[in-house]
Design a protein around this ligand. Sequence first.
Ligand code: ATP
Ligand code: MG
Length: 425
Amino acid sequence: MNKKTNSIRGMNDYFSEDLDIWNKLEKIFKQVLNSYAYEEIRLPILEKTEIFQRAIGNVTDIIEKEMYSFNDKKGNSLTLRPEGTVGCVRAIIQNNLLYKKKLKFWYLGPMFRYERPQKGRHRQFYQLGAEVFGVSSIDIDLEVILLTNRLWKILGINLNMILEINSIGSQIDRIKYQKELVLFLEKHKSFLDKESKQRLYSHPFRILDSKNLDIQHILTKAPLLNNYINTKSLNQFNNLCYMINLYGIKYKYNPNLIRGLDYYNDTVFEWKTDQIGAQNTICAGGRYNSLIQELGGVKTSAIGFAIGIERLILLIKSLNIFSIKTEKINIYIIFIGEENKVHAMHLSEEIRDIYPELKIFVNFSNLSLSKKIKHAVESLSRIAILIGTNEIKKKCYLIKELETKKEFYLFKSELMLKINNIFKK
Ligand code: ATP
Ligand code: MG
């Protein structure tokens, strides 16, 4: 046998086991986003590399090591998008959408990051992202949290999700805080890992984001960003927490939540679960009031979030939600003898004309009759229709009810009525 070629590590094929859940999710996403007046936006998967470098910040996991960048035939550096916010902001600036007062967008699609593949972490993964432009008050922060909470409720996973929230204030606040943080970390330098030591002076905030448990332990005693945040931001944040509470949403204040990207300010949040192992953040988001100006637009407030679809599917599977076994096939048609194939084909087309929603499978292989029936049973079909020369002569079909094992003959008009009775909703 010739050598087979596999897919790229961390880039998965998806089959109906996941896609059935995926499609239901998409339907719910669209319905909820529509009810908050978001509009879909579809963006390119490739963007110029420079835009991510400008927007995301040089000392981030994404820019330092995760981007899939390459030169095109003209030598331009292009990058497979690692996230959706940057492309979305580029698009609204380029298409003047801010002036047209188009404010709320969502998108769904693949993102690419060169990471170590593991459960819930892939190199090609899918995000549902949403972005809102032009609203500076925290009302929209609240609405975004209510929207995500509504999604979890409709999906039936709200009891397994916890909201972590923080305010990272303004850039000036963070500069003040950074000095204190570095002083503290210098005192505990011997406990820092190689990566954190490298970042100590270049970008100490990244250390707050460290997944190293020893470092997280040291950080419990670190000065808190919260104590350095300007009064306006702090008041807004307290107000937001108060409102979240009023709406009955449980949240955890996490002072070390800073998010991996440079463009955030004030509110940052993550929805986590304890059901799917180490990669436990399902949804993450925050405010980014300076990004639009940074990328050449007029100063505009913005907030957004992204949901990792694979992690959400892992959670839904682990909780056994949506587990009702769907029939892979509804009606299984078997012809006996090559000369009867045309009748099988004909019948299948007629059924599809009348019942377009049914899944009808005609077995064209030359397997034995018993193997075909076995396959029909395995595919959970409700009925098999057998067409042999005898049946054609008598102008009828042999029907097998696969669950009850009953067998009977029906004329075509009777068969159509039977199908209606079996599959009517
Ligand atoms: P993490 O800390 O897990 O690396 P992140 O902060 O890099 O996450 P974001 O950039 O905020 O992630 O992306 C939003 C969401 O997209 C994450 O919460 C997660 O659900 C999903 N996500 C991010 N990276 C991956 C990946 N490599 N594979 C699968 N899902 C991912
Ligand atoms: Mg990451």
